[in-house]
Design a binder for this molecule. Structure first.
Ligand code: HSE
Length: 306
């Protein structure tokens, strides 16, 4: 294989209660990238569509992850890379993670699957360091593993795949404003009272239990974030109104997607998810802010060849 094209799904990190610890992958949204082996050892980004990102390989997460992997595997080829971004950086939908994880997956294909998913996640996390200054795993792991994931531990890294009920459908509104993850992380409290921690970890347990048992009411009851959302929602115009409208329209739960500004809802079934989309639209159509609404199944597979 000298040339491959990959799809890297957009992802929803945190899933309300699981700050930095949970995420899931979307079916209907993601980036495409083309990787071509070259005879020189250089890594060149030859095309970028859909976003204003650096072409210099050592400043772009794609180049950073590709370089780490080629050096670690001591191969004597280089890469030409074309990037097609289908959703914007700073969206809260794992844009940098799709670039990093998609690259890790693609380079591994060209290395004949030398690395396992955990190792790919570690490489991709280095891309997140370049993008936002923190080695966060929730978006990249969801992008590599697909479905719902739990980052059970960062040190040592331990990623657990959680079953994804097929009936769950995500509705996402992406207001076209940019929130930098690095900035959004600064507003999350550095410490929380034990009482808050108890409520938060009880919801993570509830969410995971609900996903295993396909208990949609339990999933919905558990989609509550006492840690990041109270501060971060202040950065997102009309968050409270969107959440209320989506819940009234039948969503199981609503929260901030990753570090925002996107807002996600989970619903049981496509019909309910579309009703939620209409409710979100009702709030934003009067806002004067541009926005895109996505309704998507949850992808049980992560980055893949196309
Ligand atoms: N868990 C990370 C955060 C995801 O919420 O900051 C970044 O998209």
């Amino acid at each position: 294989m000298n040339q491959i094209k990959v799809f890297a799904p957009a992802t929803v990190a945190n899933v309300s209660c699981g700050y930095d610890a949970m995420g899931f992958a979307l079916s209907e949204l993601g980036d495409d990238m083309v990787f071509t082996k070259t005879a020189t050892k250089a890594i060149r980004i030859t095309e970028i569509h859909g976003a204003d990102l650096p072409f210099e390989a050592d400043k772009n997460v794609v180049g950073v992850v590709a370089r780490l992997m080629l050096e670690d595997s001591q191969v004597d080829f280089g890469l030409d890379i074309k990037i097609h971004k289908n959703f914007k950086p700073g969206s809260g939908l794992g844009s940098s993670a799709a670039s990093a994880a998609g690259t890790a997956y693609a380079v591994n294909q060209l290395l004949e699957s030398k690395y396992d998913n955990l190792q790919l996640t570690k490489f991709a996390m280095q891309g997140e360091v370049t993008a936002c200054g923190s080695a966060i795993a929730d978006n990249v792991a969801a992008c590599i593993y697909g479905g719902f994931i739990l980052v059970r531990s960062y040190d040592p890294l331990d990623i657990v795949s959680i079953p994804t009920p097929s009936e769950l459908v995500a509705t996402i509104i992406h207001p076209q404003i940019e929130i930098k993850t690095e900035e959004a992380r600064k507003v999350v409290p550095k410490s929380i009272p034990v009482k808050t921690a108890i409520a938060q970890w009880a919801n993570v347990g509830g969410l995971i239990s609900g996903l295993y048992a396909r208990d949609f009411d339990l999933i919905g009851r558990s989609l509550i974030d006492y840690v990041a959302e109270p501060e971060r929602k202040l950065l997102i115009p009309h968050f409270t109104n969107v959440k209320e409208a989506a819940m009234n329209a039948g969503a199981l739960g609503v929260g901030i997607s990753g570090s925002g500004p996107s807002i996600f809802a989970l619903s049981k079934g496509m019909f309910a998810a579309k009703q939620v989309a209409e409710a979100m639209n009702t709030i934003y159509e009067k806002s004067g802010i541009d926005y895109i609404i996505y309704v998507s199944n949850i992808s049980k597979t992560g980055a893949r060849l196309i």
